[in-house]
Design a protein around this ligand. Structure first.
Ligand code: GLN
Length: 192
């Protein structure tokens, strides 16, 4: 089976762990560079991108993780994880992993808007409507030429893929629907 890492510094990593286990994947909680060995893919959870970015540096994970991703390790960033992947953040001077050719807006739906959900068919992922849960979510305002838009909602790009990298604005791990996770696990089975 697949061995999937979940970056476990801050945020919704336990929920990702539970979803992965429900699909019988092995899970490695990643807190040290050595945990990056022998992974078939890695998930960067939602949480606070500023906090996770700081911890990536403190735990000396930023550079090793960037190298793994640049070397082709399949990666899925959800919400704050999308911000960590982005090369451009419109309303923040910080850059984190700086690997994916997307431009994002943090808290794109407004700071005060706690959370909201929509249901939508995402043709690349599933024939059935998927619940999309947004929590102080970012969205994508621009994508590079190698980036495929996977899902737009209300005129904003909320899911995109570039080679081995998948980024989504929302939190599939907080819903019982595993179709996005299955989509990512297929990327891990046949790396780009
Ligand atoms: N607002 C958070 C950030 O900017 C992301 C929120 C989330 O991951 N649910 O990092």
């Amino acid at each position: 089976g697949l061995n999937i890492g979940v970056l476990a510094l801050q945020g919704a990593f336990r929920e990702h762990r539970a979803s992965l286990e429900s699909l019988n994947a092995s899970v490695t909680e990643v807190r040290k560079a050595k945990h990056l060995e022998n992974l078939d893919g890695i998930i960067l959870p939602g949480g606070e991108s500023t906090a996770i970015g700081k911890l990536l540096n403190q735990f000396e994970l930023m550079e090793p993780l960037r190298e793994k991703i640049s070397g082709g390790l399949p990666v899925w960033g959800t919400c704050a994880g999308m911000i960590l992947l982005a090369k451009s953040i419109e309303n923040d001077d910080r850059r984190h992993l700086d690997v994916m050719d997307i431009s994002v807006v943090r808290n794109g739906y407004g700071r005060q808007l706690g959370s909201f959900g929509v249901e939508q068919i995402v043709p690349a992922v599933s024939e059935k409507p998927i619940p999309l849960v947004f929590i102080r979510a970012p969205y994508i305002v621009e994508v590079g030429k190698d980036v495929e838009v996977v899902c737009s909602a209300d005129g904003n790009i909320v899911a995109a893929k570039q080679d081995n990298m998948l980024a989504v604005s929302f939190h599939p791990e907080l819903t019982p629907d595993t179709s996005f996770l299955e989509y990512f696990l297929n990327m891990c089975k046949e790396p780009a």
